[in-house]
Design a protein. Structure first.
Length: 221
C-alpha cells in the first residue's frame, strides 16, 4: 500500500509497512529545567511546542502499526563513551556527569535521561541509546531498520539543527528517505530551526523532505 504525504519540495509516496517513525531525544535533559539543555544556557520552554504534535503522530503511528523508534542522547556513568572534547567544551553551569536536579547530567539511568512522560515508549518500541548527535553513530539503528525492510523515516524530535539534522544526514547517506515533520521538531534558536528545515528541503530535497504532523495525519487517516 502506498500513501501520499504532502511535503516540500514535493509530495512523497510511502509504504507504511516500510516506514518508521523516529523520535529523536525527547528527553527531560533537553526539554525540562535543570537538565543538559538548560546548563548550556538555553531556554528549554522553546522546545515545548513540539510535544503535542509529536504525540499526535506517535498515536497515529501506533494505531497504524508503523515501527516506532525512540532515541536518547547520553553516556555511561563512567563516562567511558563520552569524548573529552564534548565533556570539556564551553562553560556550562554543570558539565556532563555532574550531579543536577534530575540526577547526573546526560547520564544513562538518571531521571534527566528519560524520555518525557508525554512520549514514553510503549513496551516493545525500540529505544536507541546514542553517545553522539547522530542516531546511527555507534548504535544498532541501521541493522534494525534493515532487518525490518524500512526505507523511509518520519523524523521528529530535538533539536532541529543538532541531533535531528545530524541523524537525517547520516540516514540520507545510508540511502534512507527522510521526511522531517517540522512542527514535531524544536530548537532553542527559532532561526536555527527554520534554517535546519530549509537546509533539508533545499536543492530539490538535498537531504530529504519537510512535512508536518497534519500532513501525515491526513495521509494515514
Ligand atoms: C543537543 C540534541 N542539542 N539532541 N542534542 O546537544 O539535539
Amino acid at each position: 500500500m502506498q500513501i501520499l504525504v504532502d511535503a516540500e519540495p514535493a509530495p512523497i509516496s510511502l509504504d507504511p509497512a516500510r516506514t518508521a517513525l523516529i523520535i529523536i531525544d525527547m528527553q527531560r535533559d533537553f526539554l525540562e529545567p535543570g537538565g543538559f539543555g538548560e546548563t548550556l544556557g538555553n531556554d528549554v520552554s522553546r522546545l515545548t511546542p513540539a510535544i503535542a504534535p509529536c504525540r499526535r503522530v506517535l498515536d497515529a503511528s501506533r494505531a497504524h502499526g508503523l515501527l516506532v523508534i525512540h532515541t536518547r542522547e547520553g553516556h555511561r556513568p563512567d563516562l567511558s563513551d563520552a569524548p573529552l572534547a564534548k565533556v570539556q567544551r564551553g562553560l556550562p553551569s554543570l558539565r556532563i556527569g555532574d550531579p543536577g536536579p534530575m540526577g547526573r547530567i546526560l547520564i544513562r539511568g538518571e531521571a534527566g535521561h528519560d524520555i518525557i512522560a508525554a512520549l514514553t515508549p510503549a513496551p516493545g518500541e525500540p529505544v536507541i541509546d546514542k553517545p553522539g548527535k547522530g542516531a546511527f553513530y555507534q548504535t544498532d539503528l541501521e541493522l534494525m531498520l534493515r532487518n525490518r525492510g524500512i526505507d523511509t523515516l518520519l523524523v521528529c524530535g530535538v533539536t532541529t539543527e543538532v541531533c535531528v539534522n545530524t541523524t537525517v544526514r547520516e540516514a540520507n547517506d545510508r540511502g534512507y528517505r527522510c521526511v522531517v515533520l517540522g512542527d514535531c521538531c524544536g530548537s532553542y534558536f527559532p532561526e536555527f530551526h527554520e534554517a535546519g528545515l530549509a537546509m533539508i528541503k533545499a536543492q530539490g530535497g538535498i537531504f530529504g523532505w519537510v512535512s508536518s504532523s497534519q500532513a501525515v495525519l491526513r495521509a494515514i487517516g
